[in-house]
Design a protein. Sequence first.
Length: 574
Amino acid sequence: MATTEIGLVELRDRLSVQFMGGLGASSVVLYALAGRRLRVLFASHRDSDRAEQFEAIAALTRGVALSTGDFRASAGRSGRTHRDRYTAPVRTHLGRPDSALFDQLEHRVALPVEVSNQVVGVIAVAGGAEAIDAIESTYSTQTQSAEWATSLSRRRAVFGPTWNNEAMSELAAALTAAVSRDDMAAEVLDVGLDAVGAPAGSFMMMARPGVYELVQSRNIDRRLVDRWGEFTEVPGRDPFSDAIDEQRALFFPTVEALIDRYPHLWEDVAGTGHSSWAVIPFNSRPAGPIGAIGLIYETAQQFDRRQRIAMRSVSHLAATAALRIESQSANEATLASMTDQLLGMNDIASDIDHVNTSGYYRAAGEHSIAGGDWFDVIDDPTDSGRTYVVLGDVADHGPGAVGTMVAVRAWIQSAVHDGNEPAEIADKVSRLIYSYRYPITTAVIARLDPAERTVVWSCAGHPPPLFADDDDITLIGPADGPPLGAWREPAYTQTTTTIEKPISIVLYSDGLLQRYASDLEAGFDALRSTVRRLNDHQFSAHDLVTRLSTPEAFSDDDVAVLVVHFTSKPAARA
């Protein structure tokens, strides 16, 4: 790639000799500063697999943004040398899809390239500690030759897109919308095979550690699909196991090349009309691949460098989608587990000594799992005939609200087990929220005593509870105090209500009446009217949510409802 100064190929060779040959580095990459990004111009790696993977990633990205905390961006912004050491995350955690580029825990250093005191590029070098020590101590931006540095911004990379641009762009867009393994496999096989010119292929992903499943395939004999539907990774037995174990792509340009390595696969190959095979693993964990793409050709392939880079580009897009889908699935599973365990009962009634309870929770929006609203039913350990019911609302959304909800719920449970009155519980929990600087939380804390036929309750900035008997439906208010955590030294009060006849009590968060946010009185009227129509002392929390709340797809607030029915008048304590 000749220029009037020094071509990039020649420059790559020169820097490779300087850093890799002379100082023992394992890779060197040159970036040009283009606006607010560093654009890769060339890369040189000792390991050919790593070099091809890097080029595939570079062809798919817009470079390194200077706004990030990346060591290369730091050198580009400051004009000073920046060094770091790549440290792999814990094996069970997800990592970057391109983490395999740095999976040897190498030291790395970014060296700014300056012309007339202006940074025009960055050289990133990776290697062992001794090599990087030597490079860092001897490198000077002023020693860089202006004959090549002055024109960095105008240089074109020595590599670029090596695939069908239209098909690869279509694949990238489709994978962005994928929400499951099946979605991802379908797009890779429907679009990705076209991008690399393969008429047949398969998509494997880890089902559990050491075991892989065939998610989908295209144009493969049913006999082989059944045989390899799920398999245990056994190095030396098949191309998928070896590609995953060795963490590198395997290419077999001829039937002989495949059978020489795996003679026992002859029966799988015979009569299929297939001539060439490739297996490309993909990573979303530094611990190793989580899957692989198999590519099958009916005509012999040479698998030249450009074709291999195209395959790695498809693999990287699959890895990026896998990382996103795995992360989303893990988050949803965690939040779902928290919802099941902490909220305890979505419309599952319990019968506690003549008190029937029914709770229902729904997170904000159809794609959320948990938020800051919750309810609880807690037996009073100091008196087996009494129980506490609580409903609260953290003034926040998302994972942060879940964390606060967990803490507040645990504090209330602890205070109940210490034998505190509702107002005392509110005082204690409010001071804890204030001290730990958690978001303020509204709540209703009530103690039900069927034997004494009383309800003792305290309200902390929460919508008023509703009491409904056969004759009247009343919203008891106003709130007795500010939200929990609003004051350093709160002083909550409590109210005692005597129960003379069967009664229903409704505790709810403001999300139940979200559609009436502009006119709360209208919302309260709607709540009273709905309870009046349902009031047989058997309606559930879910009944109220389905009739009053904003549809889930359009809701931006959590909804929590707890319904309590006093169904009879037990005898008083002796």
